[in-house]
Design a protein around this ligand. Structure first.
Ligand code: AMP
Ligand code: ZN
Length: 508
């Protein structure tokens, strides 16, 4: 097994990864709240954990990967724990059952995960399917003295917990600071302390999602679902818990408090947090309204708002999206995300995506060339060393940008050998094929088919048309137009070569 180092939010250090059971890894990642379509920022987080899931399996672990779906309890103000239930609100506005809302967006979510080649988790539990587990955990926390009941609500007593345990262990913030930085209780006077959060909430008469409990009819708080479901499927202490960094100060801090409050020991050994995808430097988020959807990016078109259709791809308007210069292949988007380390912010822009597309095409071209080069008796390169470098990059906290730089080195070598400037032996060519299969396809999850098939056929047709138009321009001595076509294609990454039998084209 490889020595893998992971940056642990809990210790703020890179640590050698040692799972509880030497062969098995338990990993829990906070999934989406399905009250609307997932945006490309959410996808960044799920892509990052997909790569970790793939790599852990690649180096020999059996992984149980649990990624939940939140379908109840996530209120509008998630920090203060106030406002309407996000799914309940959509159900009210659209005059649908909450389950219809969740079903609609679950379809879209899975469609997008499929397009991005994100592997399905081993278990995808719904919060509403685990009400009993959440009630039981809440009862245990009450029995331990860390929660209190007030008129049908159950609150976690943060200050009492903090007398014995470090409430801010994950965020590194001390209680004083957190108390000082939290708003007054405004309207929530039933709470003893301003950091207290709901484990169970009494349902108002108009509230749609409600269940019986020892405290009356109500619904669970958002944080308790992840504690209850991770414990159910992975045990009281498990290896990895992940999610976006935005979840550290509240959701994950409270998850730890609940598990420690219920069972006295810490639930997770390694906390991994992904950084945010930003648009013009601002976090992409549904509450800020600066989101766009993966399907819009993959088609370059705008999605109709409030479409009743079943999946996002069926709801596209034939209208160009104002944010994108063109449509991007989902595999290019995946590659773009991996060119930045998961713990750094990733700013979205057309320029950055176009640069990624060029790099992606170069790498995938070299993949095809690799199967065409002829072996020689000697090798000018140490391919084994490059393979070691690829593993070293991934073992260094899943460092995909460094991995990609090694893969570009492979591409450079392949092109030099193809141009007969350098040589490789047959075993080295085979090793390169193995590196490409393992790292590009297996670990980075980039499929090759997208390059060929229908899209290649369509491109061929379009290029024949363009070359015919250019020939017509030339025949009419309209050299300005024919040059413009050549130059514009060059900018788009397509080179035109004029020969005796007419013009030919190639991807740069
Ligand atoms: P939500 O449905 O908003 O609870 O988010 C689901 C997951 O996506 C969580 O792990 C969030 O931390 C993550 N997430 C939300 N916004 C972004 C973003 N702009 N960039 C990266 N991850 C995000
Ligand atoms: Zn969660």
């Amino acid at each position: 097994m490889q020595a893998l180092y992971i940056h642990n939010t809990l210790t703020r250090k890179k640590e050698l990864f040692k799972p509880i059971n030497p062969e098995v890894v338990g990993m829990y990642v906070c999934g989406p709240t399905l009250y609307s379509d997932v945006h490309i920022g959410n996808c960044r987080t799920f892509t990052s954990f997909d790569i970790m899931y793939r790599y852990l399996q690649h180096i020999g672990y059996k992984v149980r990967y649990v990624r939940n779906i939140t379908d109840v309890g996530h209120l509008e103000d998630e920090v203060a724990g106030t406002g309407e239930d996000r799914i309940g609100k959509q159900a009210r506005l659209k005059k649908l059952e909450p389950m219809e809302i969740v079903q609609r967006y679950a379809f879209g979510f899975r469609e997008v995960m499929g397009l991005l080649n994100i592997l399905p988790p081993s278990i995808e539990p719904l919060a509403s399917g685990h009400i009993i587990e959440q009630i039981e955990m809440t009862q245990q926390i009450i029995a331990q003295g860390y929660a209190y009941v007030h008129e049908g609500n159950v609150y976690f007593d943060v200050e009492k917990f903090a007398q014995k345990h470090n409430y801010g262990i994950l965020s590194g913030r001390n209680l004083e600071d957190q108390l000082n930085n939290t708003r007054d209780l405004d309207g929530q006077e039933e709470k003893r302390g301003r950091l207290d959060f709901a484990l169970w909430k009494k349902a108002k008469p108009e509230h749609l999602m409600r269940w019986n409990s020892p405290w009356g009819e109500g619904f669970p708080g958002w944080h308790i679902e992840c504690s209850a479901m991770s414990q159910k499927y992975l045990g009281q202490t498990f290896d990895i818990h992940g999610g976006g960094m935005d979840l550290i100060p509240t959701h994950h801090t409270n998850e730890i408090a609940q598990s420690v409050g219920c069972c006295t020991h810490a639930p997770v050994n390694y906390w991994i947090h992904t950084n945010m995808l930003t648009l013009n430097g601002q976090k992409m988020s549904r509450s800020l309204g600066n989101v766009f959807l993966p399907v819009e990016l993959f088609t370059g078109m705008k999605l109709a708002a409030n479409s009743p259709s079943a999946t996002p791809s069926q709801a596209l308007l034939a209208e160009k999206h104002p944010l994108f210069d063109k449509a991007y292949n989902p595999m290019v988007v995946r590659f773009f995300m991996m060119q930045t380390h998961y713990a750094s912010t990733l700013d979205f822009s057309n320029d950055a995506l176009q640069a990624s597309e060029k790099g992606f095409n170069r790498l995938m071209e070299s993949y095809n060339t690799l199967y065409k080069i002829t072996p020689e008796k000697t090798s000018s390169f140490d391919i084994k060393k490059i393979q070691e470098d690829c593993y070293a990059a991934m073992n260094d906290d899943f460092n995909t940008p460094v991995l990609i730089s090694h893969l570009f080195e492979c591409a450079r070598i392949i092109n030099l050998v193809n141009d007969k400037k350098e040589t490789l032996t047959e075993p080295d060519i085979d090793l390169l094929k193995k590196i490409y299969q393992n790292f590009i396809e297996g670990i980075m999850g980039i499929t090759r088919e997208e390059q060929s098939g229908k899209s290649a056929e369509a491109l061929n047709g379009v290029m024949n048309l363009v070359l015919n138009l250019r020939k017509k321009a030339k025949d009419n001595k309209d050299y300005a137009t024919s040059d413009e076509i050549r130059n514009k294609l060059q900018d788009a990454g397509i080179q035109i070569k004029d020969g005796k039998e007419g013009a030919a084209w190639a991807m740069l």
